[in-house]
Design a protein around this ligand. Structure first.
Ligand SMILES: [Zn+2]
Length: 152
């Protein structure tokens, strides 16, 4: 399941998924090349009820899993520490001067993290949701990936 994929990008990715994967007959366990009309019928059993296969994954029915596999293989993974760091930057941009306490300067993000870890975690989760809603990131399972510029 891919969360947060804009419909134009989804179409583009689906097209790539069809191009990068090949048809596969599970009964005969062979790849099925396109014929001269661009159709795929298994040369052994004649079936067009075919799976898709990638060089590094499959075979499996459907095209959604191919789209997920391409994201996992080719798009940049956003680690949980990257997400935390981006959230810290976001918070610190809201309070660019930081805070002075007893003559020391402190980042807003450090204060929040130390004084209220639960609220900081909530900010991290909200930040991730916003990035997904705004189309910068997508979620596949529990992982987060950056939508590449050339897909937009
Ligand atoms: Zn077959």
């Amino acid at each position: 399941m891919i969360e947060g994929l804009d419909s134009d990008i989804a179409e583009h990715l689906k097209q790539l998924a069809w191009e990068q994967s090949e048809a596969f007959c599970y009964n005969d366990y062979i790849k099925v090349p396109k014929d001269k009309n661009g159709n795929t019928f298994c040369p052994k059993c004649g079936s067009d009820d075919l799976m898709r296969i990638l060089p590094y994954d499959g075979p499996e029915y459907g095209i959604e899993w191919v789209m997920e596999a391409i994201i996992q293989q080719e798009w940049k993974l956003v680690s949980s520490s990257d997400i935390k760091k981006a959230t810290e930057d976001f918070i610190d941009e809201l309070y660019p001067d930081g805070f002075e306490i007893c003559g020391g300067q402190y980042y807003a993000s450090d204060i929040l993290k130390n004084c209220s870890p639960g609220d900081f975690e909530a900010q991290v989760s909200e930040y991730q949701d916003r990035q997904v809603e705004d189309g910068y990131w997508v979620e596949v399972g529990n992982s987060v990936y950056v939508v590449p510029e050339d897909m937009k």
